[in-house]
Ligand binder design. Structure first.
Ligand code: ADP
Length: 264
């Protein structure tokens, strides 16, 4: 939803999205009470900001610059809310086993090249150099391309978010026995031993000032596990983090065979 001068309409749309989400959550009986209370808390923060700014702007008397700032905040908070709603829906579908994967042949090299383009602008802002060290050949796995993209986008996005200016992020893909192992290594702020085993828990964030939802890694880990793979994390506080995703390798290129397992 893009907030324009007519933000009332967008807020109306947002309200119906939230309503839909609330119904989804209510109908998912595996979702635990503490999960719902965490969701409410996470939703309230951007909603409070949107409500506050829309009321303030509505009261009038602002110059164009101030109005622009207010509208930008509303837009940013709405994006945050939409991202949060999408993550919550994914998470609740994963919890209740309703998430269907659309399996096919996925070339991890191509996927990671695409992801590097996606995060390029964000990395450029911090003068971070992203490098992908692979041979020029396909690295095939059997998986859901969209979901794997979500997994790697989350990990690479975190690497950029938690890296220092002018640092480097190295991405490698190796074939290990029957698995493809993708490693994303940053030299950023790192994670302490105490927090490392918690960062894949839902809603856990070391520092709540960084934006985000604390759901990304929890979702990523579940997607990877649903693919029969594993997500590993190594980190040293103050030195950096390496996230490794291992996925079952696909031996034969399947360009000619349809191995879709999607359910309608
Ligand atoms: P989000 O990034 O939306 O907060 P995630 O589940 O993706 O949620 O990550 C949870 C937390 O793990 C982050 O808030 C951060 O504290 C920590 N984290 C994740 N990746 C890294 C990284 N590469 N370097 C340092 N900390 C990280």
């Amino acid at each position: 939803v893009r907030i324009t001068g007519n933000y009332r309409h967008e807020l109306g749309e947002l309200a119906s999205t939230l309503n839909y989400m609330a119904q989804e959550v209510v109908h998912t009986n595996q979702v635990k009470d503490d999960f719902i209370s965490s969701i409410s808390h996470e939703l309230r923060t951007p909603l409070t900001s949107i409500k506050g700014w829309s009321e303030t702007l509505n009261s009038g008397g602002f110059d164009p610059d101030e109005t622009k700032i207010g509208m930008q905040i509303i837009s940013k908070e709405t994006d945050r809310l939409i991202g949060l709603v999408e993550e919550i829906l994914d998470f609740s579908k994963l919890q209740s086993n309703e998430m269907k994967l659309v399996m096919g042949s996925v070339d991890l090299r191509e996927l990671l090249q695409e992801i590097m383009l996606n995060v390029w602008a964000k990395a450029e802002l911090k003068k971070i150099k992203l490098s992908l060290d692979v041979e020029e050949r396909p690295y095939l796995v059997h998986g859901d391309g969209n979901r794997l993209k979500q997994v790697f986008l989350n990990i690479v996005d975190n690497a950029v978010k938690f890296s220092h200016e002018s640092s480097s992020i190295y991405i490698t893909i190796r074939k290990e026995d029957q698995q493809m192992a993708v490693s994303i290594q940053d030299t950023g702020i790192g994670i302490s031993e105490e927090h490392l085993h918690k960062v894949r828990d839902r809603f856990f964030q070391v520092d709540h000032q960084n934006g985000g939802t604390g759901l990304g890694l929890a979702i990523s880990q579940q997607f990877v596990e649903r693919h029969g793979g594993e997500l590993l994390m190594n980190s040293v506080l103050g030195q950096g983090t390496t996230v490794t995703v291992k996925l079952p390798a696909l031996e034969e290129p399947s360009g000619t065979t349809d191995i879709s397992e999607a359910e309608p």
